[in-house]
Design a protein around this ligand. Sequence first.
Ligand code: PMV
Length: 350
Amino acid sequence: MSEIYRASTTAPVNIAVIKYWGKRDAKLNLPTNSSLSVTLSQNDLRTHTTASCSASYPAEDSLLLNGKPQDVSGARTQACFRELRALRKEVEAKDSNAPKLADLPLKIVSENNFPTAAGLASSAAGFAALVRAIANLYELPADPTELSRIARQGSGSACRSLFGGYVGWEQGSATDGSDSKAFEVAPASHWPNMRAVILVVSAAKKDVSSTSGMQTTVATSSLFASRASETVPRRMKEMQDAIKNKDFETFGKVTMMDSNSFHATCLDTYPPIFYLNDVSRAAIKMVEQINTAAGKIIAAYTFDAGPNAVIYYLEENEKQVAGVFKTLLADKDGWSGERGAAIEGNYEAA
Ligand code: PMV
């Protein structure tokens, strides 16, 4: 019986406050604009992944997600496997005692503790965990910037899940993607009282995938060009300043305006893409009411490619923000609840 080599890791979900929407290179997942996100704590939404390899395994690489076999033949997954194997080959070339792992079949086993593909950035945590688990298995240097460049090829937003806290993704300009990678804006400890409540409006799979949605937006939306070239670059700077200054009012305002701008380009896409629904819009109104009552911005909503709301707030405003949503959803029945469920997120280092 041949030896089985194994390594495990977890990667958390990240929720963008400046959204990535648009690819300039669909093969390499190179974006048309930079983006910025907050990484959730490992205790909340995360993917746990074990990567193993062995000469005793069937010849084909395999991936099991929540117990179900997944297709690994897609270009994204293949790109991650190929890059990681190439790095392992370098290790093996330098050290003749290093076991020859790069040519062995891989078995990846992943578990999400949240609904897959419901606009909850499952692919971000998924690819970040896959890349780090294989990097650990291959004993590669665990530099998150370098791993982010590989994870980006699996799913763009995955590059940001390799860092904890407040994370940027520099769009870069190189055609080979070498400068399109994640960077730390600030560690979670810099602004540790950031919280989020997530309203799971629907745990169903989204009907327009982010990849096809982005392509159609880039091709048809007249709002898209100004968003990518003017609005986002300005907001990237405003957002980084807001985080550095721990200025929640600016953080919140820019977060909400950027979510609105992203969903406006979706509506402006032809045929239009509707990610928000009536419950999402009710959540937006509720946040507005909370802020009006407080006389300042203490809550900020944002929506990815789905109807679920993520609402950011500071811990000291827990009662006024999360309290309101939790009262509304007192009969919550978990992630699959029809009326939505609320969970709290702590933002900590990954
Ligand atoms: O990385 P993808 O292909 O799942 O795209 C993510 C796109 C958004 O979640 C809508 C925005 C973002 O920056 O995460």
